[in-house]
Design a protein around this ligand. Structure first.
Ligand SMILES: CC(C)(COP(=O)(O)OP(=O)(O)OC[C@H]1O[C@@H](n2cnc3c(N)ncnc32)[C@H](O)[C@@H]1OP(=O)(O)O)[C@@H](O)C(=O)NCCC(=O)NCCS
Length: 385
């Protein structure tokens, strides 16, 4: 007789779904291949972190030079992808455009169908290199501007800024964008990475898995919370409206974007860095007082935790990565609805590393379900139903 399956907790909370050597996610602690993000964020270039995630250790000088050269070589888009972007960018959202374009890259990939580690490493570089070019083209298209070529002398983050705004970014802006990309590069078994591994587990190729990861990242409970945070701040409008907004929100059990995490119970270790950037960029800013609203919102929610259910009070105790990433990117000039897509520019390295890890030691990921419907029904001819 078949053994009855033991049901996993809802949302697979606490379930260890895979072994990985890529990152460690523990309360208030995030480690990429042995290095704390606190160390990486102050020192590394995004390219070094992408290399670390894909290869297992930091590059030496010549490895980094070669890796960067490959990224630069693969930044330009083919006429096929340029045309696709131009057609789609008129109406579709950035996440839909990026997901579709990333998927379309498979059509022209010289190693399509080859899931070997060497081929996937090269695919990872091509994907990492092309995503910023695609998003910059999308942003320019929305402004009625043509895409512009890359500046090969610029690093990953600075070149993205250059291709978006048509000028070399302020060095501090480039530094902050680079740091934000690093903080968002990898995060264990988050929903989009898990999705990518499930798809890779069927032995589907890297582009299929990345397209699926994009689909998962879009949701407001995952990366979509970056855009959700900006909508929330715009809805509140000014710091003076925060308290009344929170009172009403608690009554209707509203979920505040940018608050709560499945794994982090006391602090998301990425948030403190992004808060620092948002605070710095907010100084001397005209326009909506987003950072002030954020600070007032954190205080107002903390004061009202006793009015919430114990579970909700525990969740809102943690400000997550999306909360201050949203304002950091907005202050850097990224339109408020594009925070989630720029998140993907950082996360692509983590996704690709996990797809390679999955393919490197693959077994189909195929859990069971607990059936809660009826059994024993018998067929009724349609005339009698
Ligand atoms: C991140 C998140 C999806 C984690 O969810 P989870 O671990 O499955 O927790 P649940 O959704 O089961 O929430 C448990 C309780 O906390 C509440 N809660 C969770 N996040 C909340 C939030 N951001 N604001 C208010 N209440 C929240 C839920 O309503 C639920 O309350 P209840 O038990 O009274 O019904 C959740 O906190 C959330 O939706 N946050 C907002 C979206 C977000 O910022 N996502 C990005 C994550 S990096």
């Amino acid at each position: 007789m078949a053994q009855a399956a033991k049901s996993a907790p809802k949302g697979l909370e606490g379930v260890v779904a895979a072994s990985t050597a890529i990152s460690l996610v523990q309360d208030d602690r995030l480690i990429y291949r042995g290095y704390s993000i606190d160390d990486l964020v102050g020192h590394a270039e995004y390219e070094e972190v992408a290399y670390l995630l894909l290869n297992g250790d930091l590059p030496d000088r010549s490895q980094l030079r070669d890796f960067k050269a490959e990224l630069v070589r693969h930044r330009p888009l083919s006429p096929f992808v340029r045309d696709l972007l131009a057609e789609m960018s008129e109406h579709a959202t950035a996440m839909d455009v990026l997901r579709t374009a990333a998927s379309a890259l498979s059509a022209e990939d010289p190693e399509q169908g080859d899931n070997s580690q060497a081929a996937e490493y090269r695919k990872s570089i091509r994907l990492t290199a092309k995503l910023p070019t695609m998003l910059a083209a999308y942003i320019r298209r929305r402004r009625g501007e043509q895409p512009i070529p890359q500046e090969p002398s610029l690093g990953h983050a600075a070149n993205f800024a250059h291709m978006t705004w048509g000028e070399k970014p302020h060095p501090r802006a480039a530094e902050i964008m680079n740091a934000a990309f690093i903080l968002q590069a990898e995060h264990g078994m988050n929903a989009s990475t898990f999705t990518a591994r499930v798809v890779a587990g069927t032995e589907a190729d890297m582009h299929a898995a990345v397209a699926a990861a994009f689909a998962a990242l879009k949701g407001p409970l995952h990366g979509g919370a970056t855009d959700g945070t900006m909508r929330l701040l715009d809805e509140i409008g000014t710091p003076e409206h925060v308290e009344a907004f929170v009172d009403r929100a608690i009554e209707r059990k509203y979920k505040f974007s940018g608050f709560g995490h499945r794994v982090y119970l006391t602090a998301d270790p990425r948030a403190k860095h992004l808060r620092r950037f948002a605070s710095e960029l907010a100084r001397d800013r005209q326009g909506p007082r987003y950072f002030e609203i954020q600070e007032a919102l954190v205080r107002a929610i903390a004061e009202r935790r006793p009015k919430m259910s114990p579970a909700a009070a525990a969740k809102v105790n943690v400000v997550n990565v999306d909360y201050y990433a949203a304002t950091t990117y907005t202050y850097l000039g990224i339109p408020a609805d594009l925070g989630t897509s720029i998140f993907a520019l950082g996360r692509i390295a983590g996704w690709c590393a996990h797809i390679m890890e999955q393919h490197g030691d693959n077994r189909l990921i195929r859990p069971e379900s607990e059936y809660t419907g009826p059994t024993g029904k018998t067929w009724v001819p349609i005339a009698e139903r």
